[in-house]
Design a protein around this ligand. Sequence first.
Ligand SMILES: *[C@@H]1O[C@H](CO)[C@@H](O)[C@H](O)[C@H]1NC(C)=O
Ligand SMILES: *[C@@H]1O[C@H](CO)[C@@H](O)[C@H](O)[C@H]1NC(C)=O
Ligand SMILES: *[C@@H]1O[C@H](CO)[C@@H](O)[C@H](O)[C@H]1NC(C)=O
Length: 306
Amino acid sequence: MVTAHRRHPSRSGSPWLLGLLVRLLLWGSPGAWASYLRRSSSCTPIPHHMALCYDIGYSEMRIPNLLEHETMPEVIQQSSSWLPLLARECHPDARIFLCSLFAPICLDRLIYPCRSLCEAVKRSCAPVMACYGYPWPEILNCSKFPADHELCIAAVSTDENSSSRRMPRASCKDCELEEASTAREILENLCANDFAVKIRILRKNTTTTISDFDLDPSKVEVLKHGPLLRTEIPARLQQWLDIDATCVHNIMRGTHAGVFVVSGEVQSDKVVVNKAYAWQKKNRNLHQAVRRWKHHRCPEQAGRKV
Ligand SMILES: *[C@@H]1O[C@H](CO)[C@@H](O)[C@H](O)[C@H]1NC(C)=O
Ligand SMILES: *[C@@H]1O[C@H](CO)[C@@H](O)[C@H](O)[C@H]1NC(C)=O
Ligand SMILES: *[C@@H]1O[C@H](CO)[C@@H](O)[C@H](O)[C@H]1NC(C)=O
């Protein structure tokens, strides 16, 4: 089995991969691995408009690839359909897994992803794909890939003791930070939703590649509690941070901490955030709306304007 140190598979240069490659190259012993290069296969640079795999940590790939795409335009077109999934960060090794197939590293033999890597990525990503109505495709059927005692590309972000590490849980909720609209629109939104809270979100200080988020409990300002008890709001929002990790990631945009006004609805077992506004100085409409909220009267009926 090929192992690698647990490192952040960053989108820019990937030192872990170089380490991995050195190991692979030194793994000279023939025999254990019985996969032969197709005679027609050739090495070619990974073009930078192949966003899925450009900058993955090596610069050349084999074509046809392991998914039997014959030409670069085909590779690029097929691979780009995976970018939205990658953006959901459904698994830290999803990119490595996909690129091992779409842009196989150019060594003297073909190296497939390990079955365990496929299964780990599938476990996290298949539910996210299902949210969008896509089944896990047969071309990625994990039983095709070699068992871990063979030479193969193993998971990078897991280790023996990682079972307790939290993966982002599948969330079908896609959300973006709202642009600052007018104060009036913001007030209408607060009226239309079950709850509205100003909160501070902190990125947890972890060494894993998964972003986890915490609510700063000292910075919770309830604007509207609706059917919730004020006292239960922090816990319910923390649950939202855990469940909708990908949504929260969108909102946080790579920052370590941020203040937001979030509003949403209460569903039977969870709260769902519909809108999030960043609390920033330049966002005057938001400041104004929050100031006016205390004295604001919502229309009795949904749909009627103030
Ligand atoms: C994957 O392939 C195996 C063997 O080829 C087959 O038995 C299995 O049903 C396939 N799995 C799925 C989900 O299609
Ligand atoms: C993994 O856990 C076992 C026992 O739970 C421990 O002995 C071992 O040192 C741990 N390994 C690492 C790499 O943390
Ligand atoms: C995270 O934890 C490490 C080690 O505990 C510490 O050195 C570092 O300053 C922390 N970073 C933040 C942002 O708290």
